[in-house]
Ligand binder design. Sequence first.
Ligand SMILES: [Fe+2]
Length: 457
Amino acid sequence: MNQSVNDRPTPPPVDPEDAFHTSTKETLLPLPTTPDLDPPGADRIGLTPAEVDQFREFGYVIKRGLVPPAEFAAIIDFWWQQPPVVSTGAVRDDPGTWISPRRYWPRDNRWGLEDNWMGSHPWPGPTDPRPGANIGERVGRLPFKLTRDRANDVWRWHGIGHDPAFVEVSAAHPSVLHMVELLLGGPVKRPRRSRGIYALFPKDPSEPASRLGPHMDDNPTELLVSMILEDIGPREGGFTLYPGSAQALYPTSAQALNWVATEHSPAAMDDVKANIQPIEFTGKAGDVVFCHGWTVHSAGIHDGKRIRMAAFHDLNKVRRRGHLRWTAAGKHGGPRVNCDMDGILTIPVDGVDDPADGWREVTQQWLVDSNEFVLDRSPPFDDMFKQWNLGRQEAAGHIVKEPAWWEKYNMPLLPAGSVPRGGGGVPAAPLTSVATYEGDGRWRFPLKGNNWMGQVE
Ligand SMILES: [Fe+2]
């Protein structure tokens, strides 16, 4: 254990599926990112001084046409063959068939899943008895997550996010990695998955207007990257972000490399929502926006007639990692409990739920590539970009094929058996299979994140 990086306080555990947000209402509607607003250099790979200045001040940069659409055309074809489309009868060249498809979607959606919940069970539905949790407890993200958000129907296809062919033309596309190295500096971790393709469907005009839901993803992502897969115009659901919001939130965190909200963070978030003009990422297929990972953002407002298709990725440097962000479901009416940065999960000893019961569902936020804390708990730096490259050095191709977190922890993820491409996902595992009970409600998880470096903590 390196005392210089890890002798700082352990923050209270948080649910890895939570986002950081406050209850005040946002005040401003987004403006589109038309190319005339881009600083010089947006149309070519690289970082110009004006783009570096923009990133320093506002925390984002847009690269137009970074990935040729022909490279992901087969993925779009595949999208149209998936159950959330086929089951609705949607026809690719008939926009009238794309509206509000949720009425055709089953409430209990378990497409693309193996019977590997808790090792050998079917993934549970909302009313199924559970081997390790209360009935109706969340099962985490599904490979096809179908929701009604605000006003629009949304399909988040996380199951394509770990498809090697998709990763190759999106999160790990050589041009994307080149930009990440220019921004973050090497060594860059080559991503093994992305969050996948998020589709916002057009809605029936009689339905209520869509609105923003600003938040900051509370996960250890250094660069949040979004790629447009089909052209997006104004008010057509473009990914919406608050320029400069990461700069506003950063000094309120207790740590520089892990977001740890403090008593000062909610006021900073309220100020962002009240005073920063949001922008919606509009453009053409293959345009990519790179944002600081702590940028406040929202699903876009979609009043258009097309399907908003975009991909979302988490990019990071290679760093010594802390624990995986585990969460354990409650049983017998007991509460959900979460793992802290020391790898300790503490179940109350005075409740109805037996703390020594290890037959309990444990999951993590499997849709992201960066699911492990950063080991270093340094407080925020005077310059939040102290460890960034921001164009100082040319990209040298310093990209590292670090093992994926699910490989480090020997969790299943990729579709296997009869599950087709596009499915898969990490099921719940019994707590007793991944942690050790130490008594007094304390379960300890092993740290395996740096073994591949030859460094056992
Ligand atoms: Fe988000």
